[in-house]
Design a binder for this molecule. Structure first.
Ligand SMILES: Nc1ncnc2c1ncn2[C@@H]1O[C@H](COP(=O)(O)OP(=O)(O)OP(=O)(O)O)[C@@H](O)[C@H]1O
Length: 282
């Protein structure tokens, strides 16, 4: 099995509202995949269907080779990790005791606690009571909880939303190390910088439909105007198309030491999303 997730024609209807229209998607094992979309686009619904919290109205959903009928089984639960809005901790217990409880629940060895606390850079907080932790530290404990049983695939719903830059860096580094060790990551976010930094591929979700699925780099190239933007030492702003016939102009500017700044037009994922859907990502 080389695919971690296989979704064909997935649809989810809530009463009169269709939250997910017709999503078809394959995610390979070992990938970091980002589902990007603004509020209400269907990210959480997708996540919940893939983790078994909700059933799709129609379509086929396979996760780690198992179809949706297996999503309630302990085998399925032992292979996936979840960090979402619903994830919680026991406030009155220490970080260590919280993780010890989850070790019991998942049948994971307690020696894994110190390994995972190191991964999220929280070794020094192991004896602290959870209620006394900052929001960012709590989020890192929640990530540790999602990873304590060494799942093959982790679902992360907005893992860094409203966190300060320091905590975001700790979480991103932990996710990168996790992925290097072979874990597949399914990330839902509306944070385009996060997606650009972490994801091998992203998909744009707009009104319950996928609009683009590709690597951030391929999307930025596809939607680039392929022009050089030059600011000269005299403050002149030039836009020069990246074409062989313009090589002489750039060469002349360089030879005469006229270039103050030069950069290619690299649209951000947020700008591309706006171009594709007509909507802001946030
Ligand atoms: N249980 C539910 N009952 C009715 N409608 C729902 C339910 N859950 C989600 N929806 C609707 O489905 C659509 C998609 O919601 P969803 O929560 O998946 O979006 P989202 O992209 O995760 O948004 P956010 O970033 O704000 O969490 C929304 O219009 C929402 O109102």
């Amino acid at each position: 099995m080389t695919n971690a997730i296989e979704v064909t024609g997935m649809k989810k209807v809530f009463g009169s509202q269709t939250a997910i229209k017709d999503v078809t998607l394959t995610i390979k094992k070992g990938e970091v995949f980002g589902l990007l979309g603004p509020s209400g686009s269907g990210k959480t619904t997708t996540n919940k269907i893939l983790t078994g919290e909700l059933s799709a109205t129609s379509g086929d959903v396979k996760v780690l080779g198992m179809d949706a009928t297996k999503f309630g089984t302990s085998e399925f639960k032992s292979k996936i990790g979840i960090l979402s809005d619903n994830s919680s901790l026991y406030d009155r217990l220490t970080v260590y005791d919280n993780l010890k409880l989850f070790c019991k629940l998942y049948d994971a060895p307690v020696k894994q606690i110190d390994v995972i606390l190191k991964e999220v850079n929280l070794q020094d907080a192991r004896s602290q009571t959870v209620s006394k932790l900052s929001k960012g530290m709590k989020q890192r404990v929640l990530l540790a909880k999602a990873l304590i049983h060494k799942p093959d695939l982790v679902f992360l719903d907005e893992p860094t939303s409203a966190l300060d830059p320091g905590n975001i860096v700790h979480i991103h580094r932990a996710l990168q190390r996790l992925n290097e060790a072979g874990t597949t990551i399914f990330l839902t976010t509306h944070n385009m910088e996060e997606a650009t930094e972490l994801c091998d591929r992203v998909a744009f979700l707009h009104n319950g439909e996928l609009q683009e699925v590709d690597s951030p780099s391929a999307l930025r190239f596809k939607y680039s105007t392929h022009a050089f933007h030059v600011e000269t030492v005299n403050g002149e702003q030039l836009v020069i198309q990246n074409k062989p016939e313009n090589a002489g102009q750039i060469n002349e500017l360089m030879t005469n030491n006229q270039i103050k700044f030069i950069h290619t037009d690299n649209p951000t994922l947020g700008q591309i999303f706006l171009k594709v859907t007509g909507k802001e990502l946030i």
